[in-house]
Design a protein around this ligand. Structure first.
Ligand SMILES: [Zn+2]
Length: 342
């Protein structure tokens, strides 16, 4: 059955109406002015593009365009061949889909942390310091009150901490003292490397060595930019803006949440403990101080479970204790004890 199409001779832009008919392996074209035949084997058929007109290339540079329905009439075998083609290739299609999903997942699981690690290590100190000042201002508004420790007590702790000999140039940022009834006995590292120690933690310690031990662990987090990496991972948009623009306003909106709610990974904790032990040993101090302090924090954490019976929001804040951001305490205490054995 003949179908109609448009013929282009390849020499001019002239359109000619033609009828096309396929019989015994030969395509016959008829127009008002001409008539010719082409063996079907010499035709080149462009792959389908949605419901757009099909293009049939003829030898010598000419081509015909015919509607999809007419193409199906003209080449019923070719049109039908598409279905078995898909059926034949669906495992490949499924495999391609699975591979694509795996690549996306891998980019998220490994690529994002890697990008965060690289970026965190390249942030200029001036930007880190500015970031920490703004983070502190945010925390001061909601979570912190001025420290009530006597000035000479704070000075003594600062001097002991700043007097530590660091194994490389990885000295952490400023040591900040605050009181926080909401956060209790706690210490944490800001993304830029400043370390905050809360009054309740100082008061919980039996001696200054235990306080210094906790601070060396935090110095480990600061040294490896753990908080910055967590924050950057939590905010891909933040990472991009910080990287290219140095604009930290967007990051500020997510920092408080990230710092308070994100648990450090087991790997980060292990690295921070290893850094702490190396630093303590280099300064003739014992890792047992850190183990002892962890035990005190753990016991305090058990007590604070009672606080869950208090009306919210106080109960919610109180359980956000030091251990909620520092998991695997039992395992860490064991490891620390093991490293101190002769
Ligand atoms: Zn930690």
């Amino acid at each position: 059955m003949p179908v109609t199409g448009v013929y282009f001779d390849g020499q001019s832009s002239k359109r000619q109406s033609v009828t096309l008919e396929l019989a015994q392996g030969v395509l016959k074209l008829n127009s008002d002015s001409a008539q010719f035949s082409v063996p079907a084997g010499e035709l080149k058929i462009a792959p389908p593009l949605g419901r757009a007109a099909r293009v049939i290339y003829l030898p010598g540079g000419a081509h015909c365009e015919i509607a999809q329905e007419d193409f199906e009439t003209l080449f019923p075998d070719q049109a039908k061949a598409l279905v078995p083609l898909l059926e034949q290739h669906w495992p490949a299609v499924a495999a391609a889909l699975v591979i694509t999903l795996a690549v996306v997942a891998a980019a998220y699981v490994w690529g994002l942390p890697y990008a965060a690690e690289v970026t965190a290590g390249k942030i200029p100190p001036a930007i880190s310091a500015r970031l920490d000042r703004q983070v502190l201002a945010n925390f001061d508004e909601v979570w912190f009150e001025p420290s009530q420790l006597p000035a000479d007590r704070r000075q003594a702790i600062s001097q002991a901490f700043n007097g530590l000999v660091f194994p490389d140039a990885g000295k952490p940022g400023e040591l900040i003292f605050r009181l926080s009834p909401k956060l209790g006995a706690n210490a944490f590292t800001f993304p830029g490397g400043s370390i905050v120690v809360l009054d309740d933690l100082v008061n919980l310690a039996d001696n200054d060595q235990e306080i210094i031990a906790v601070l060396t662990h935090e110095a480990g987090h600061a040294h490896d930019h753990h908080a910055m990496r967590q924050m950057l991972q939590a905010s891909v948009v933040g990472m991009v803006t910080l990287w290219y623009v140095g604009d930290i306003s967007h990051l500020l909106s997510v920092i408080t949440t990230v710092l308070l709610q994100t648990r450090y990974s087991r790997e980060f904790e292990r690295n921070a403990d290893a850094f702490a032990v190396t630093l303590l040993h280099a300064n003739h101090l014992s890792g047992l101080s850190l183990a002892g302090m962890l035990e005190k924090l753990q016991n305090q954490g058990k007590d604070s479970k009672l606080l869950k019976q208090l009306p919210a929001p106080d109960s919610v804040y109180k359980v956000l204790n030091y251990l909620s951001t520092h998991p695997d305490t039992d395992e860490r205490i064991k490891m620390l004890r093991a490293t101190e054995r002769p």
